[in-house]
Design a protein around this ligand. Structure first.
Ligand code: RNT
Ligand code: ZN
Length: 419
C-alpha cells in the first residue's frame, strides 16, 4: 500500500469509531504552538557574559551552540523547516539585539532592540510571545529580584517588567497576534526561611506595579508562572503554586503552569480542566521533567498525550496558550527543538483523533467497562498513518528522514563553531 492508500484505510478505521481525521488535520493546522528561542543556546542570551542563574540549569556540552543572533536565527530556521504545524516565536528579554556598540540595561530595553526578531517572525508568519528575564544578571541581589528587600534592586526589576510590557505590545502590533508575556522569577531560599510572607507581599506589589504599565488587554496577555523549587533554592520559592494562582485569579491575568514545576506525582493534565472552570484563558510551559524539573526534550509520552487530550476534550484549544520550555545541551540542539515540537504536535493530533464526546457519554452513563475497552482500543488505531498524512500536507517528513537534514546542517554549519 502506498501512503495515500494507507491514509484512506486509516481514515476508515477512525471513522468507524466516530473520528473524522480530515477534520482533525485541518484543525491542528490552525493552532499555534510557541517555540522557545532558548533551546538553541542553552539559555544564554545576548545581553550579558555571566553564567545561567535563577536556579535553572542546562546540562551537557554538545558542540554547535548558537553564539550570535544570526546563528540562533539560522538554527531555528533549520528546525522550523522540519516541523509541521503553526508556530509562534517565544523570546526572552535577554535576547535583545544591540547593534553598533549600543547597549541598554534590562530596565531600559526598548522595542527597537527587538526589531530584528520582529522581522524574523513576520517573514515566517509567526506571532511572538515574550518573557522578562529575571535571572543571569548582575543586578540580582542575594539571589533576589522582584522580592528583594532592597528597594533599588526591586525597582530595577519592576522597571524591567514594565519595559517588557511595552515590548510585548509592540510585538502584538507588529505581528497582528496577541503576545503572551510570562513572569517567572527564581527568588527563594536555600535553607529554612524566617519570613515566608514578606517576600511574597513584595512580589505581589512588584507584579502589581509591572501590570500598572498601560497596555491593551487584547494585545498583551500577562501570565505568572509558579514553581515548587529551584537549584540552590530548595527550601522556599516565593512564586509558589498557591501564590501565582491566587495572584492570577485576583488580578485578571493568566496562570501559567509548567509541568516541570510540581511534585512528581502531581499531574498538570488534571490541573488544566480545574483551572479552565475558572479562568477564561490559561498558559502552559510544556516540558519533560525527569525526577525533577530537568527540562528534558518533550516526547510523545503518556503525560504529554494526556495534557493534549485535556485541552481538546475541554474544547479549549482557543483558551490555552501552549509554549515549549526545555533546554538540552547534551544532544544536537536543532534536533532537540524538532523532536519536542513534533512530539507536542503528535499529542495534539492524537487528542483530536479521539471520540471525546462518545467517551464522555460512556462515563456519564456509568458504562465504565465499555469506556475502558474503548479507550484501550484507541491505542492501536493506525495513528501513524494519520500523522504521516498531516506531515505530508504540511510539507515535512513524517518519519526519521528529517534527521538527514540535521546531520548535513551539523556537518556544514554547526561543526564549524568552535567556542
Ligand atoms: C524555569 C521556568 C522558566 C524558564 C524559562 C527560560 O524553571 O520554567 O519558564 O525555563 O523562562
Ligand atoms: Zn517554564
Amino acid at each position: 500500500m502506498n501512503q495515500k492508500e494507507r491514509y484512506e484505510w486509516a481514515r476508515e478505521s477512525y471513522a468507524r469509531v466516530g473520528v473524522d481525521t480530515d477534520a482533525a488535520i485541518a484543525r491542528l493546522k490552525e493552532i499555534p504552538v510557541s517555540l522557545h528561542c532558548w533551546q538553541g543556546d542553552d539559555v544564554t542570551g545576548f545581553d550579558h557574559d555571566g553564567p545561567l542563574t535563577g536556579g535553572i540549569q542546562t546540562t551537557g556540552n554538545y558542540p554547535g551552540r548558537a553564539r550570535t543572533p544570526r546563528e540562533l536565527m539560522q538554527d531555528m530556521d533549520q528546525a522550523l523547516k522540519l516541523m509541521p504545524g503553526k508556530k509562534k516565536l517565544n523570546l526572552h528579554a535577554s535576547y535583545a539585539i544591540f547593534e553598533d556598540g549600543e547597549y541598554a540595561d534590562r530596565d531600559k530595553i526598548e522595542p527597537r532592540h527587538f526589531a530584528k526578531w520582529v522581522e524574523f517572525a513576520r517573514e515566517r508568519n509567526m506571532g511572538i510571545d515574550f518573557n522578562p528575564t529575571f535571572f543571569s544578571h548582575d543586578k540580582i541581589k542575594d539571589g533576589l529580584t522582584l522580592t528583594s528587600p532592597d528597594e533599588e534592586t526591586r525597582k530595577f526589576w519592576i522597571d524591567h517588567g514594565r519595559a517588557c510590557i511595552r515590548i510585548s505590545e509592540y510585538f502584538a502590533r507588529q505581528t497582528g497576534v496577541p503576545c503572551v508575556m510570562n513572569i517567572w522569577i527564581g527568588d527563594g531560599c536555600k535553607d529554612i526561611p524566617a519570613d515566608r510572607m514578606g517576600p511574597r507581599m513584595r512580589y505581589k506589589d512588584s507584579i502589581e506595579q509591572i501590570l500598572s504599565e498601560p497596555y491593551d488587554k487584547e494585545l498583551v496577555k500577562p501570565c505568572v508562572e509558579s514553581k515548587v523549587f529551584g537549584i540552590g533554592v530548595e527550601s522556599y520559592t516565593a512564586g509558589s503554586a498557591e501564590f501565582t494562582l491566587s495572584f492570577a485569579a485576583s488580578h485578571g491575568c493568566l496562570p501559567l503552569m509548567d509541568n516541570g514545576h510540581y511534585h512528581p506525582t502531581e499531574m498538570v493534565s488534571d490541573k488544566i480542566p480545574a483551572l479552565l472552570c475558572f479562568f477564561p484563558e490559561i498558559a502552559l510551559h510544556i516540558t519533560r521533567p525527569v525526577r525533577w524539573d530537568s527540562d528534558h526534550v518533550v516526547l510523545y509520552d503518556d503525560e504529554t498525550r494526556e495534557m493534549a487530550r485535556e485541552i481538546v476534550r475541554c474544547d479549549a484549544l482557543g483558551r490555552v496558550y501552549m509554549a515549549l520550555d526545555y533546554f538540552d545541551a547534551g544532544i544536537n540542539r536543532v534536533a532537540a527543538w524538532t523532536v519536542g515540537f513534533r512530539s507536542w504536535q503528535k499529542a495534539l493530533l492524537n487528542a483530536l483523533c479521539t471520540p471525546n464526546e462518545e467517551f464522555k457519554r460512556l462515563q456519564d452513563e456509568n458504562r465504565l467497562t465499555e469506556l475502558m475497552i474503548a479507550q484501550e482500543d484507541m491505542k492501536t488505531q493506525p495513528f501513524g498513518d494519520v500523522w504521516e498524512e498531516y506531515c505530508r500536507q504540511c510539507g515535512v517528513a513524517a518519519g526519521t528522514e528529517w534527521f538527514d537534514a540535521v546531520r548535513r546542517y551539523e556537518e556544514e554549519v554547526l561543526s564549524g563553531r568552535k567556542d
